[in-house]
Design a protein around this ligand. Structure first.
Ligand code: HEM
Length: 257
């Protein structure tokens, strides 16, 4: 028991926690992307998928709490490793950047912080549906009747209305660019921490990290871009916009004259 505790207190143990939590977050990002790409199909496709998830509260809350724990562990071990590295090398490197470090590795902290800020905004935008932060109206009013007759969230409408707003699309693109930077380095160092760094595997791992981070960037970025360019959902957005935009007209004082 003592040896397990001391392992997790060591930098090796913390690197392992970072790698294991990073792997789980990567799997979530891939799964979430596959779910979101359904926006390129008819509205019923992504709405049916969202309803399927919402109708399994145990699964949804289990996943939410696990994600919270995983993100917490990932950030805590990153912070502890940064402190340990600083303590081990109180005087910085003579050169501006450590030998062998890639440009992506130098932006891990800043990219991680922007992704965290993005997730907070993203939850308010599409999960909590906080009115006033989407630049359109009140997304809580959007409802759809599903084939079985049940009422559900109109996720398709939220997406096609949400990404017609230029600054929302821009913020999502910036966050996805930083996710690309973070994954480009994080995926490779994850395999290194899990013990795969050798002459045979390392070139393949670097290649995989590059390809996966580029594919994820393209996959996520293509959604807001095609909605903003009105290639996806333009007519649907025009049909449902009145449901979320306040239609009360301010009194002019000339009524009844
Ligand atoms: C174009 C990019 C993205 C789109 C269109 C998108 C879309 C959505 C939508 C529509 C929901 C709400 C689903 C529902 O209510 O059923 C959601 C939830 C969520 N998204 Fe995204 N997402 C994007 C990128 C990301 C990224 C990059 C991450 C993480 C790094 C992320 C993490 C989450 C999380 C944690 C939730 C909350 C799930 C829950 O608790 O219900 N999303 N997303």
């Amino acid at each position: 028991m003592n040896s397990i505790t001391s392992l997790f207190k060591s930098s090796l143990g913390k690197k392992f926690v970072m790698a294991a939590t990073g792997l789980l977050l990567f799997l979530f990002v891939v799964g979430h992307l596959i779910g979101n790409l359904q926006v390129f199909g008819p509205p019923e496709l992504i709405n049916g998928y969202a309803h399927f998830l919402q109708s399994k509260p145990l699964l949804v809350w289990g996943a939410r709490l696990s994600l919270l724990l995983i993100v917490g562990l990932h950030i805590a071990s990153a912070a502890q490793l940064t402190v340990m590295n600083k303590e081990a090398r109180p005087v910085g490197y003579a050169a501006p950047s450590a030998y062998g470090s890639t440009w992506q590795s130098r932006y891990m902290l800043v990219s991680g912080l922007v992704i965290l800020a993005f997730i907070v905004y993203h939850l308010a935008h599409f999960t909590v549906l906080l009115p006033g932060i989407n630049g359109v109206g009140d997304f809580r009013k959007l409802e759809v009747t599903l084939p079985g007759g049940d009422k559900g969230r109109n996720v398709y409408a939220m997406m096609v209305l949400g990404f017609q707003v230029w600054w929302v699309t821009l913020f999502y693109l910036v966050a996805q660019a930083l996710l690309f930077v973070h994954l480009g380095h994080g995926l490779a160092s994850m395999f290194q921490s899990l013990g795969f760094r050798n002459y045979v595997w390392w070139p393949r791992i670097e290649c995989f990290a590059k390809a996966a981070s580029i594919a994820i960037f393209i996959g996520y970025a293509i959604i807001p871009i095609s909605i903003y360019m009105r290639v996806v959902g333009r007519e649907y957005a025009d049909q449902v916009r009145h449901e979320v935009v306040a239609t009360t007209v301010a009194p002019t004082g000339k009524e009844g004259k």
